[in-house]
Ligand binder design. Sequence first.
Ligand SMILES: Nc1ncnc2c1ncn2[C@@H]1O[C@H](COP(=O)(O)OP(=O)(O)OP(=O)(O)O)[C@@H](O)[C@H]1O
Ligand SMILES: N[C@@H](CCO)C(=O)O
Length: 317
Amino acid sequence: MAVFTPVTDDEARAFLADYPLGGFGSLHPIAEGVENTNYRLETAPSEKAAARHVLTLFEARTDAASLPFCLGLTDHLAAGGFPAPRPVRRTDNGWVGTLNGRPAAVIEWLPGAWLRDPSSAEIEAAGAMLARLHLEAEGFPVERANPVGPVVWRDLADRSATAAKGEDRDILDGVEAALKRLGDPWAEDLPRGPIHADYFPDNVLFENGRVSGVIDFYFGCTDLLAYDLAIALSAWGFDGSGVPIPGAFEAFRRGYETVRPLSPAEANALPRLGEAAAIRFTLTRLHDRIFHDPTKLVMPKDPGAFFRRAAWWREAA
Ligand SMILES: Nc1ncnc2c1ncn2[C@@H]1O[C@H](COP(=O)(O)OP(=O)(O)OP(=O)(O)O)[C@@H](O)[C@H]1O
Ligand SMILES: N[C@@H](CCO)C(=O)O
């Protein structure tokens, strides 16, 4: 369960005093996610605001300085009709307060649920929605460097090397070899802009076969659009253990290219960016497994499942 920083009803009630949301109703921990603390927050219904929201407390990987980008991008997209959740403005007009020592925000609740076993049509719809995100985010004026770019990979690998054992050590050795081989996958001058950077199935909500919400923009940053596609293909094209799902990769790419066709240079770069994406998620998962704090109610994810994707991308090249 992703509650790193517990919040009591009284603490939430006091926090809500700075929001135009009516009275406090109830607070329910959300049992998903591995990065931030999330609660479902019910308030007394009013004419001005819906009664259900998400209360998010931002943990270590989402620093307060990045929130104007992340929440601003979400708000910018939602204002244009894209199904992203709008952050709620406080009475001082800002989006971010402090709760139990963490930056915290109240976010619109979107309908739907993420799909553990999406159909080919649903995967295609998810691909089309990512392309729409890229097109509709164009013109968003704030920039943010990738918080998990190559410099951070190096840090994660070095820190992991101090304690990796057994399977983790083997993965780390493989990652080091991949990093040497990859060089700089960003070397080419490809189209850039705001990207989601964590467009996994659990961040895309569906209702009645249609995408009803794209959530969790907290790794969002300014980077290559084709890298975002490579991340998403790595997430949607394979099962939980890293084995390709027949047709899924093609369905996602087809959906994406229906809305935003890749340039030949982007298509050529995709396998290298895919391997880079696989290494990025291998490293965060590896680091989080090695340094897992058993007192936190969160289950570390399997780095091996992403490391296997790196080999697949290499063969695709
Ligand atoms: N705006 C929203 N509307 C509806 N449900 C939401 C919303 N935001 C979050 N959730 C629910 O909370 C869960 C966790 O949220 P989120 O993905 O933002 O957490 P996280 O810790 O950042 O996760 P991740 O591990 O994907 O980085 C989601 O899977 C979803 O069930
Ligand atoms: N989507 C990430 C977790 C959130 O950073 C992963 O599956 O490793």
